[in-house]
Design a protein around this ligand. Sequence first.
Ligand code: SAH
Length: 300
Amino acid sequence: MNSTLKAGLHPRNRFNTRYDFPQLIACSPALAAFVKPNAYGDDSIDYADPLAVKALNQALLKQTYGLNHWDIPPGYLCPPIPGRSDYIHHLADLIAQRRGPSVRVLDIGTGANCIYPLIGASEYGWSFVGAEVDPAALRWAKKIVAANPSVAGLIDCRLQKSATQCFHGIIQPGEHFDLTLCNPPFHGSAAAAAEGTQRKLRNLGGKTVGLNFGGKANELWCEGGELGFIRRMIEESAVFAGQCGWFTTLVSKSEHLPRLEQALRRVKAATIKVIDMAQGQKKSRILAWSFATPELRHPA
Ligand code: SAH
């Protein structure tokens, strides 16, 4: 049963088989309280319960990467680890699977959970700058990093002072990154973010009381929604063209792609790629672009 592959995940994704709950509980006993048989009689957790997902994440990060200290403040986004992990492996493919701390990656909106730097540093030994606009989330991310010795020297968290900027104020003069990544806030208003939260809960069969399904409304929205955020990022990326090998971002709505590709042509990106991702029924995609020639993207 545990060898059943989860459809669509990257071949190197370590979370692409069914979870072995007894083993996970042995590693992280607090998970036991949340595991019960599902409709098919298999061990499972209630994925609509952020506390259960948090306990699962703690067990997965501990068992897989030896990250013994991971937590999120109440109400903050609780990331599904398999999907986040997929983005990291696709990024590795973009840079020919280079490893080690000389590979420098910038995570825009690292969140309180700091999940991409934790996975990227653990899987590939990359070093990260995590940029975050919410000071409370940033403090939390720094605390997680400091508490986990295997990654503490690899991750630097920096405050972005302007919600409408991604790279200005973060990338320093003369600094170079091989990759930038981003899981953008995707709603256009706080109200839409709250409604999205309710919808997600209903789809999972959960209760709709309380506005926080793993994600504060203000964590999930920005002026102009996903399209506005990424268009601003594209425009700004042209200014930092010489300092980043690849710029990338998740795009949750495929209908946004034509306008984003148009924006990329306007700023004269040399290469544009759309990398499809899937986890079961859930489809997503990475938009990647570069201003550099292949030789410049991989400095010796
Ligand atoms: N990377 C985490 C969090 C994603 S939520 C995950 O995948 O789970 C999006 C995050 O972006 C939020 O924490 C929000 O505060 C942050 N954010 C929004 N605008 C930003 C900006 N301009 N620069 C940096 N972070 C930003």
